[in-house]
Design a protein around this ligand. Sequence first.
Ligand SMILES: Cc1ncc(COP(=O)(O)O)c(C=O)c1O
Length: 459
Amino acid sequence: MTHFAHSFPIFPEQRIFQSDCEKHQYPRVFLAQEKKRYYLIKSTFLYMSNLATTDPEIADIVRREMERQRDGLELIASENLVSRAVLEAMGSVMTNKYAEGYPGKRYYGGCEFHDMAENLARDRLKELFGAEHANVQPHSGTQANMAVYFATMKLGDLMLSMKLSQGGHLSHGSPVSFTGQFYRVAQYGVDPKTETLDYGVVEEMARKERPAMLVCGASAYPRIIDFKAFQEIADGVDAYCMADIAHIAGLVATGLHPTSVGVTDFTTTTTHKTLRGPRGGAIMCDAEHAQIIDKAVFPGMQGGPLMHTITAKAVCFKEALRPSFKEYNRQIIRNAKAMAETLHEMNLRLVSGGTDNHLILLDLSDLGITGLEAEVALGRAHITVNKNTIPNEQRSPFVTSGLRVGTPAVTSRGMKEEEMHQIGEWIGTILHDIRNEGAIKRIGEEVASMAGKFPLYPE
Ligand SMILES: Cc1ncc(COP(=O)(O)O)c(C=O)c1O
C-alpha cells in the first residue's frame, strides 16, 4: 500500500480515475504515474490524498459534503460554487504568511509576493466596480461593515438602517449583534402594501432621527435598491451613507443593478455570494475616505490578513472581469424570474409580487405552514433553501413564515429556465402537500437525477 491508498473521489474526475483502476486492476498510484502523470500533479487538490492520509475522519466529512453539494440543488440565495482556480488559491501556501499592514508597509519581512497578490486584488476590485479605493482585507461582510462603522461613528451614535425582519442584516443594527449594542439604532422597513422600500418614509425618519450613518442594502429584498436616493437622504441630514451590496455584488459589478460605488460614501460587500469568490469581505470608497477605512480595518479591527483568501479574491475579481461573468449574472436573473413565474402559477405568494434580482421571498402564511417546516420538507427532497422572516413577521426567526430561494448556485452549475420551471413545480408540489412522504421521495429522486446532469466541476 502506498500513501495514496486512501485516495477517494472528491471531484468527478476521480470517479473516472477509479474506474480505470478497477478495469486495469492497477494500484491507483501506479496508474496515475504510468498513464496520467497529469492526474498525479493535480492529485493534491482533486483527491485530497494528503488529507485522507493525515485525517481520514475530516477527509470523509469533506467528501460527504461534496456529495451533498453534488447530489442536491443549492437554492440558498447567499451561497455559490467557486471555480477550481479560486479553490486552489485558497488551499495554497499563501496561508503560511503573516502580512500585517498593507502592500509596501508591512510589519513582517518576506511579503514581496503577498504585496503583489494584494495589489492585484485591490486593482482588480477597483476596475470591476470603478472604485477610487478598495480594501480587500475584511475577513467577512460583517467585518467590512464593522470597519466602516468604526471609521465613521463614535460609540453611542445613531444609525438608521433596514429592519432584519424586513430584509436587512444582523450587522445593520440588530440588538443581538455588536451593532445594536455599540450604537443607537432606528430602523425603517418596507411599505406594508407594496412590500418595497418607500424612500419618502426613510427620508422622514432621517429628518426626525438625525442619524450619523444611513445604512442601505439587504439580505432578503427581491427588488432594485435606489442607492442614489439613499445618499441624497443622508446628505440632507449630514449623515454618512453606507451601501452593503453583499448579496447583489455580481449584479452590480456587471451593470445589471444600479451601482452604489461612487454614489454612496461607502460600499461594503461579501465576495462569496453573487460575486462567486472565496468567503470574505471588501470595502470600496472615494480616495478622500481611503485612510480612515484602511486604519479602521488594520490595526483598528483585525490582525494579520487572510492572505490565501485575498489571493483567491484576486482570482475571483479576474474571473468577474470576463464578459462571461456578465452573461452568468444575466442568467441568474432570468432564472430567478422563471422560477418566480412557476411559483406564482403554483399559487404561492411572492413577497412584493416577484423579483428583479437573484432571489425570491415566499410568504407561506396562507398555506398554514412555517418556514421551518418548509425548509425541512424541501431538504428531504435534496432542495436546500432557508426559512426567512417576511414583512410583518408574526413568528420567531427560528420558525418564520417565509422562505428565501435564490438562483446563483444552480446557475453556476449551468441550469437555465427549463430547470427553474421544473424546480419551481417541485417546490410548489411539496409546499402544498408537505406531509406527502411519497411525493417528497419521488421528487428527491428526480432532483438527484437533474443534479447528475449538471456536475459541480465539469471539465
Ligand atoms: C447584506 C449582507 N451584509 C453582510 C452579510 C454578512 O456577511 P458575513 O456572513 O460574511 O459576515 C450578509 C450575509 O449574509 C448579508 O446578506
